[in-house]
Design a protein. Structure first.
Length: 661
């Protein structure tokens, strides 16, 4: 390979000398020399030729001297090695050149052998620098590939979640319909239909993506009034926006505009942007679709007052599978392909798309597409058709769900079960499976779930993993570390059936894991098993005398709690006034919290539990001391020996004076 060397010198004989001396190397295509008369010329040569590997430069030259040249060189090509040539004894300038980054220096008159060696050495160094840069490039490429890989695997996880959720409902509802057709006919059919729409939409989007990848997607243009079409699209979003209490407005400077467009693709573009806007805007916010014309272009804006997108993420959001990675943005789950498709479609229309956003203030997506009028005049779609297509795309008309599929939750004397699930249909399906067997409380997200769990202290919790705000793992972690709720068994429901997430769930303290799609029987068996474990715990605490230490960390935690109460009571055993308020004070819990927790662990009320600690102590005293019954009664905080005898008999089935026999 030929190495290119730039020689910068104002003396013409240098050129002749070098070409003569290196004749052999030039002929053998080892070296190729380029010559410049001064710094200026050298810089312009360098800007044209990218493959020069080293520079040999004089210091004293007209126009631009060597030192100035060196400092400019450092700016434009920091990696290019320069060797300077100067008069022997011109040490000051040589030092300065070296400080400016020169690689080496030669003194005049140049010795040929020295020059040859220096060129060799410099080229070798340049080669090493090049290789290091290449390695770095590879590394960056590798990083990028890795990133793409994680994005893909996240995409598959999300896709499988999105497939499994509707499948769970379709399968589950088919079961319910088989069992009780009358009860489920209307709701069941509706839910099945809506969830198959979801699946269909997902599959369509994935297919579009494939077609885009293969370049097989083309435009089916019609010429029609696009303003009216936009109006239809926006109208179809009214009910969805109303459910979230979001104001939706249409703002067009044009009353009509006949132009060529592909209705299906425009529909998908606007629907994706509007559903993102709805997804990432909280209630009381507003969304507008603004339409205008600029020169020969149609300009569309979808503007929201939502959570916004961090500035450093703006360049990524059009990437396939990309989702801004924070809890708030993970809200609607999704798969991260919506915007990738939007961008590809807009480009197919020879248009442009760009985004402006401010974190916590809102986002505007802008699209411009050329206005042309060549296609056949034809009505694109009716309002109903648009509505139908959008219903499929945004997961059916959710309003129906709220009105018709509501199932009454009755208060009965059954175990209390809290369901935490953001998907309305899955929630309803769970209710369908569990009603009649449990008292059900439900909650739409992790945050609310945690609040309800602390308020109601249910007997068991079933929670989805992927949820807006706090996810299932966070819910688990938070409830399991709070003394008040640590004993409640939690079942995590998830689409992630893989081992890793199972372990992650168990690490956060989940008691069981159920992968979607699950069936009713599986679910009920899991719940019963966990409730059995709870009963075993109650049995454990029915007799505190011989509490054997447990291996299980979770049980140890509960033991500690029970033993702390026992200790508090025992420390005040002869104080008849030491009761519920005092225990609450000593354990820093509210009366109702203490009551719920104790009831769950021991199946006894707080006063009952305190009394049983006193009675146990009494039994011990009767068995190990000579104290008479009245003395024992006073010793354990009973003022009335007769009352003591009655409660003792109730608890142990024998009167205190018979214990010693
Ligand atoms: P999908 O559309 O495939 O169901 P998605 O909505 O997460 O999933 P995109 O539509 O491609 O995927 O959006 C990518 C990401 O860009 C979103 O996950 C979100 O983080 C961010 N984003 C998109 N639109 C908005 C918006 N209007 N406000 C805030 N963030 C947004
Ligand atoms: Mg989207």
């Amino acid at each position: 390979m030929v190495s290119k060397i730039l020689v910068v010198d104002d003396e013409p004989q240098v050129e002749r000398l070098i070409l003569q001396r290196f004749r052999r190397q030039v002929r053998n295509k080892e070296y190729e020399f380029t010559f410049a008369r001064n710094g200026k010329e050298a810089l312009s040569l360098l800007s044209e030729q990218d493959d020069i590997e080293m520079v040999l430069s004089d210091l004293n030259m007209p126009e631009m001297d060597g030192l100035t040249f060196l400092s400019k060189l450092k700016e434009i090509k920091p990696d290019l090695k320069a060797v300077i040539v100067s008069a022997y004894g011109d040490m000051k300038n040589i030092r300065e050149a070296m400080n400016l980054g020169a690689f080496d220096f030669l003194t005049k008159p140049i010795e040929f052998e020295d020059l040859t060696a220096t060129i060799k050495k410099t080229l070798k160094e340049a080669e090493m620098v090049r290789q290091a840069a290449f390695a770095k490039e590879l590394e960056v490429m590798n990083e990028k590939l890795k990133e793409l890989d994680t994005m893909k695997s996240r995409f598959f996880t999300n896709i499988s979640h999105e497939l499994r959720t509707p499948l769970t409902i379709i399968r589950g509802m088919a079961d319910q319909l088989g069992k009780d057709p009358e009860e489920w006919l209307n709701k069941g059919v509706l839910m099945i239909k809506r969830n198959s729409d979801n699946l269909l939409n997902l599959v369509n989007q994935i297919l579009d993506l494939r077609k885009l990848e293969n370049g097989n997607l083309e435009l089916n243009l019609v010429q029609d009034d696009i303003i009216l079409y936009m109006r239809y699209i926006l109208e179809s979003f009214h009910s969805l926006a109303a459910q979230k209490d979001i104001k939706l407005t249409f703002d067009s400077k044009l009353s009509e505009l006949y132009m060529d467009y592909d209705p299906a693709k425009i529909l998908r573009v606007i629907t994706n942007l509007l559903s993102n806007a709805v997804k990432f805007t909280s209630s009381k916010g507003s969304i507008s679709l603004i339409v205008g014309q600029q020169d020969k272009k149609l300009v569309l804006k979808v503007q929201d007052t939502g959570i916004g997108i961090p500035e450093d993420k703006l360049t990524n959001i059009f990437d396939r599978f990309y989702q801004v990675d924070n809890a708030q943005s993970r809200k609607g789950e999704g798969t991260g392909i919506g915007l990738a498709i939007v961008k590809e479609f807009v480009e197919l229309m020879e248009g442009e798309i760009w985004v402006e956003s401010k974190l916590n203030e809102g986002t505007t997506f802008n699209i411009s597409i050329p206005i042309r009028q060549n296609a056949e005049l034809k009505q694109s779609s009716s309002n109903e058709e648009v509505q139908g297509a959008i219903n499929i795309m945004v997961g059916g008309n959710t309003e129906i769900a709220k009105e018709d599929i509501k199932i009454e939750i009755a208060e009965q004397d059954l175990p209390n079960l809290l369901i935490v699930e953001d998907n309305e249909d899955v929630r309803q399906y769970l209710i369908a499976c569990l009603q009649g067997k449990f008292n059900l409380i439900s909650s739409e997200n992790g945050e609310e779930g945690i609040k309800k769990a602390k308020e109601k202290v249910p007997d068991l919790i079933i929670s989805d993993v992927m949820m807006p705000g706090k996810n299932g793992y966070e819910l688990c972690g938070e409830l399991k570390t709070d003394l008040l709720t640590s004993h409640i068994p939690i079942i995590l429901l998830t689409a992630k059936a893989d081992e890793e997430s199972r372990i992650s769930g168990l690490k956060h303290g989940a008691d069981a894991y159920l992968a979607k799609p699950f069936n009713e029987e599986e679910l009920v068996v899991r719940i019963e098993k966990l409730l059995d474990l709870r009963r075993a715990l109650q049995h454990r605490y029915s007799n505190l005398e011989n509490l054997t230490p447990s291996e299980d960390e979770a049980v140890q935690q509960e033991d500690e709690f029970i033993l702390a109460i026992r200790e508090a009571v025992l420390n005040n055993i002869d104080d008849e006034n030491y009761g519920i308020p005092e225990v609450c004070r000593d354990l820093a819990m509210s009366r109702s919290q203490l009551h719920r927790k104790l009831k769950a662990l021991t199946d006894r009320s707080t006063s009952h539990f305190i009394r049983s600690i006193r009675l146990q102590k009494a039994k011990e005293l009767l068995l190990t001391t000579q104290m008479n019954v009245s003395e024992v009664a006073y010793e354990v905080g009973f003022r009335n020996p007769r009352y003591f005898s009655t409660t003792f008999s109730e608890e142990y089935g024998v009167a205190p004076n018979e214990v010693r026999k």
